[in-house]
Design a protein around this ligand. Structure first.
Ligand code: ADP
Ligand code: MG
Length: 678
């Protein structure tokens, strides 16, 4: 059968099993997905220079005619070097291709090529090595540069891309109606897809980029709107505002901050309305979001309705369970914990009680949204660290009950432009100050040479009665040279931490073991916790006042900020020591930012700048589909257009069921999880 756009990627000529696998690794399973593999940048072969002008030890574009190909040389280690003598008509140069006989064979004696590669040598004798090239017969001199994977060469991808684009021409498609293209000044989709890969000019590639970015933003908007519109029913749980939370507030071991009080007021105001609450509670790490959530649970319970609080990790879920039990049970509000590792017997028992309404507050991981958990009257749903959950999980929890009120909590502050998309019509309460008496965490970035001194400092703090975290990126030793908690703990016990009680904590331990270690750490029986990033979110042990992060280069800014947020949660002066031997500009910059500010907003903005929105915006951060092309932070105007267009489309056709919208809807479903849109 001849290949078509949606057949397997291996159906393209020249794509065998091996190359197919590489494509699949990149998420490319069909020619259609290949044409959405967007170039990272372009190589402009129009800008070639004469050999004599080539900058040494730099990449240059040359136009060369090959006059003699030399036989391949085999050198030790199985390496093959191929060389050819070439000229630009005035000066000679040697072309050197390492270990790629295939690419070399394609070069013909007498042929003329545009070549891009590193030029080395001296004034007399020059070489261009491992060049990327195109024949001078090639019409398109601006060539795409793709994000590649090992074993997929630029030439292979380009060749396959041409084949895929040919297939596309056999089955023309367009997702937007003509009047929308006209109104927003967009070029047709096929033209955009052709020109994003093989543009004749910068203007052509720019137009293509505009169209494809617009599409992406539009799909994102539509997907989010479709999800939201499913929860716009009125709530069955309008609560009674005459119920007071004063007893709860008085029972707390501290006085709520003004920020917390305002947030609680906002939340209770929402709970007393007919429409379901849809609120984001934002507050930097350590600002005390849990107490605000507890107040909401108290109020809900006193209204005779259940609340559910979902946390992204078991460690955090059980911590919340403890906190909420402590805050709420004295007032006759019952709290339970339900996670993936709750035993089947216990689970069955809890399920029964939850269904009977004998439990007021259900704390857990995503286990609490499973189909077999039925609530008697679920009035309030809270998601902690919401950026850790996929959109699908959030939607599933909201589906439980009769349009429950929803509160999502996050410490990850995001720039306003992104908030608009991610949270759309959510109302926002922000706790902008930390509880009184908190001191900013002193942060130092050092190299491994200073490790012993750093631990001298750690020991001094331990001797004062404080506790510490040491974070490593890996669990077991590997080829990567990265620190792993298991061997690190062994070495530390004999070395830098000899005589101190230490314990291991990582994600591959059983839940009960993790819980036991956390309890001992909380109770002060363990002085140093040597752990992976399992402690990253939410963990709260106020006596822990020192954190050491090994291989700090491995962590992004937001992650470092979250990790560091584990200390500085009590009255003690706290410190964070980042250890890295990495001297890349990027890493040095991150370490500088971490040492100079503890402001989550600033850090998140820098993070966005450094990583680019595609990555920042990816599913790992916010549970949204990763974008391939659109640069939201930098493209507000296009964003606004897409928003306007989405609104228009959905007003005229709320479920996108008209024939002219069908392919757009398919695209939206492809971008999102199908079940969400349904
Ligand atoms: P986060 O906003 O990061 O989730 P938590 O809710 O875990 O923060 O609170 C951090 C710590 O601050 C906890 O130990 C909590 O008991 C304490 N805390 C919360 N509110 C106050 C307050 N108003 N005054 C003093 N300590 C508080
Ligand atoms: Mg928290």
């Amino acid at each position: 059968m001849a290949a078509n756009l949606f057949s397997e990627i291996e159906d393209l000529k020249g794509v065998g099993k091996a190359r197919g696998e590489k494509y699949r690794k990149l998420g490319i399973n069909s020619p259609y997905e290949l044409i959405y593999h967007i170039p990272r940048s372009y190589l402009d072969f129009r800008a070639y220079v004469p050999v004599v002008q080539a900058a040494l030890n730099e990449y240059n574009v040359l136009k060369l005619t090959i006059f003699r190909k030399l036989p391949p040389q085999r050198i030790k280690g199985g390496l093959v070097i191929c060389k050819a003598a070439a000229s630009d008509g005035i000066d000679d140069i040697l072309i050197v291709v390492y270990n790629n006989v295939y690419a070399f064979q394609a070069l013909k004696e007498g042929g003329t090529y545009y070549m891009y590669g590193k030029v080395t040598g001296n004034f007399m004798r020059k070489e261009i090595s491992a060049p990327v090239y195109i024949s001078d017969e090639e019409k398109v001199l601006i060539q795409p540069v793709y994000p590649l994977t090992q074993g997929l060469s630029a030439n292979m991808v380009r060749t396959n891309m041409r084949q895929a684009l040919e297939l596309m021409k056999n089955e023309p498609f367009e997702t937007l109606p003509d009047e929308i293209l006209m109104k927003y000044g967009l070029c047709p989709l096929m033209q955009a897809l052709e020109n994003i890969h093989f543009p004749q000019s910068e203007a052509a590639s720019e137009l293509a980029r505009q169209r494809l970015s617009f599409d992406e933003l539009l799909k994102l908007q539509i997907g989010m709107s479709l999800m939201k519109s499913r929860s716009r029913r009125s709530t069955a749980y309008k609560m009674d505002k005459s119920i007071s939370i004063a007893p709860f507030a008085e029972g707390l071991p501290f006085e709520l901050t003004d920020g917390q009080k305002n947030a609680v007021r906002d939340i209770i105001g929402d709970l007393c309305r007919e429409v379901p609450m849809n609120r984001l509670l934002q507050g930097d790490v350590g600002s005390g979001k849990t107490a605000a959530a507890a107040a909401a649970c108290y109020f809900t319970a006193k209204n005779g309705v259940q609340s559910a609080l979902m946390a992204p990790t078991e460690i955090l879920a059980s911590q919340h369970f403890r906190t909420l039990s402590e805050f709420l049970e004295p007032f006759g509000v019952s709290v339970c914990l339900l996670t993936g590792s709750t035993t089947a017997k216990k689970k069955a028992e809890l399920r029964e009680k939850i269904a009977a309404g004998d439990i007021d507050v259900i704390v857990g991981t995503h286990a609490i949204i499973q189909k077999d958990v039925e609530y008697k009257a679920l009035g309030l749903v809270i998601t902690d660290e919401q950026h850790r959950f996929g959109v699908a999980q959030r939607a599933a929890l909201a589906e439980k009950g009769d349009a429950p009120h929803k509160l999502v909590m996050s410490a990850t502050p995001i720039p306003r432009t992104l908030a608009l998309i991610i949270y759309g019509d959510l109302d926002i309460s922000a706790i902008t100050q930390l509880p009184k008496g908190r001191k900013p965490v002193q942060t130092y970035a050092v190299t491994g040479k200073l490790r012993h001194r750093a631990f001298g400092f750690v020991r001094a703090r331990l001797d004062e009665g404080r506790q510490a975290y040491v974070v490593c990126p890996m669990i077991e030793d590997s080829e990567s040279d990265l620190f792993a908690v298991k061997s690190y703990a062994e070495n530390a016990a004999q070395g830098d931490l000899k005589g101190y009680t230490t314990a291991l904590l990582h994600g591959r331990m059983k839940a009960a073991e993790k819980e036991k270690v956390m309890k001992q750490f909380r109770d002060g029986e363990i002085q140093v916790l040597i752990c992976t990033t399992v402690v990253e979110v939410g963990v709260d042990v106020p006596n822990a006042a020192v954190m050491v992060i090994e291989n700090a280069e491995r962590f992004g800014l937001s992650q470092l900020h979250q990790l560091r947020g584990r200390v500085g949660r009590g009255q003690y002066e706290s410190s964070c020591i980042l250890i890295t031997d990495n001297t890349s500009d990027d890493c040095v910059k991150r370490m500088k930012i971490m040492s100079s500010t503890s402001d989550g907003f600033k850090i998140s903005e820098e993070d966005l700048k450094m990583r680019g929105p595609g990555d920042f915006f990816g599913s790992a951060q916010h549970g949204l589909p990763p974008l391939k092309i659109a640069d939201i932070a930098c493209n507000m105007e296009l964003m606004n257009k897409a928003q306007e267009c989405a609104k228009e489309l959905l007003e005229s056709d709320p479920t996108l069921s008209l024939p002219q919208h069908r392919s757009l809807k398919m695209d939206v479903m492809r971008l999102f999880n199908k079940e969400i849109i349904g």
